[in-house]
Design a binder for this molecule. Structure first.
Ligand code: SF4
Ligand code: SF4
Length: 352
């Protein structure tokens, strides 16, 4: 019996060393945070998405309604899955701090090369490395953004961050200016992980800062009032109220991140991972409204903005131009808060 226990401990130690080796490689690849989580039920996260859908707070994001079975059971994505590896890549670039905040604005994550490809490439490189250190074939699925994976819940379980009252995952090293990705893998990776404490405490700055009342209560988002949803997800034309709500945001919205104390003095993204497209800084609504199809492709190809197409970008620019000329960017109508019970953690991260 003692021998069996000693063997088990040796194997476990070996697995921990492998986890450390994966960590070191992730760091070398420029990944800001990495953690490992064994499979476990995610009832709370599933309940949050179901609540959002039932209350229709997800708006036009019908993709949230599909893939619920896969979110609840990652075995459907990868039979034999044992571990979810969560990673966070920082996109906190120093140049952002120089950008003006009173003119037309574009969210930070959209001013750089499209994160989908960057995160996927990093996860592919990590998977290749894992394949070289394990002496058996490895089955894995890479998940980035739109995949039906509960990315924030797994990241919390893996101990790489906590979801704040603004519904975004915040990491100790890089704050919430991170892109998340997952590697679902059929290897048991044993490494003690601890969920981090919630850092919000009595703070409610993000809720007070949100100009539209989209943060109804701590961790509860009404996407239909969120500028990020309106400018990046909504396909139809704006109603007059929606048009006013977007204020000076042409694409996305960073207000509940910029105001968060957890995002002050965070580590910057490693050089070379993301590159700021300088020509997008200071772009005016008028310039966007004058764009042709080829001009749009030249400016936005390879950025997250390209995905919404020129028609919707012009819709956003027209609303911003009208708001700026009316001086109403700071006067978007706020929703009434419901005052109902706390429901922490939105299932989606609209800002990344
Ligand atoms: S992204 Fe903007 S509109 Fe949406 S919740 Fe945050 S502050 Fe409010
Ligand atoms: S602003 Fe305050 S309440 Fe909101 S996420 Fe940051 S720490 Fe939490």
């Amino acid at each position: 019996m003692e021998t069996a226990n000693a063997e088990k401990q040796r194997m476990q130690k070996n697995d921990e060393n492998l986890a450390k080796a994966i960590r070191r490689e992730a760091l070398r690849l420029g990944i800001a945070s990495i953690g490992f989580s064994p499979l476990r039920p995610q009832e709370k996260a599933i309940a949050r998405i179901s609540g959002m859908i039932a209350e229709k707070r997800h708006g036009e994001m019908n993709w949230l309604e599909t893939g619920m079975a896969e979110r609840a059971d990652p075995e459907l994505l990868l039979p034999g899955i044992k571990t979810v590896i969560s990673v966070a890549l920082s996109y906190n670039l120093p140049e952002y701090h120089a950008s003006a905040t009173d003119g037309a604005r574009i969210s930070r994550y959209a001013l750089i090369n499209d994160y989908h490809r960057v995160v996927r490439n990093k996860l592919e490189e990590l998977l290749t490395f894992i394949g070289t250190i394990y002496d058996k074939p490895v089955q894995a699925v890479i998940a980035v953004d739109g995949s039906p994976v509960l990315e924030k819940a797994w990241a919390e379980n893996a101990g790489i961050g906590r979801t704040g009252k603004n519904t975004l995952l915040s990491t100790p090293a890089s704050g919430s200016y991170v892109f998340l990705g997952e590697l679902l893998i059929d290897l048991e990776i044993l490494e003690p992980s601890h969920e981090l404490p919630n850092r919000c405490g009595a703070c409610s700055i993000c809720i007070d800062t949100c100009p539209t009342g989209a943060l109804m209560e701590p961790g509860k988002l009404d996407a239909r009032r969120c500028i990020s949803y309106l400018t990046t997800e909504l396909k139809q034309e704006f109603t007059p109220e929606e048009s006013r709500m977007v204020g000076n945001w042409i694409f996305g919205c960073d207000l509940c991140q910029e105001s968060c104390p957890s995002n002050q003095s965070r580590k910057q993204a490693p050089p070379g991972l993301f590159t700021l497209k300088q020509e997008l800084l200071g772009l005016t609504p008028e310039q966007i409204l004058n764009l042709t199809g080829s001009g749009f492709r030249r400016l936005f190809s390879g950025t997250p903005i390209y995905r919404i197409g020129l028609r919707r970008l012009k819709r956003n620019a027209k609303a911003v131009m009208e708001n700026l000329s009316a001086g109403s960017s700071a006067n978007a109508p706020k929703a009434q808060n419901t005052g109902s019970t706390t429901s922490p953690g939105s299932p989606i991260n609209l800002h990344s």
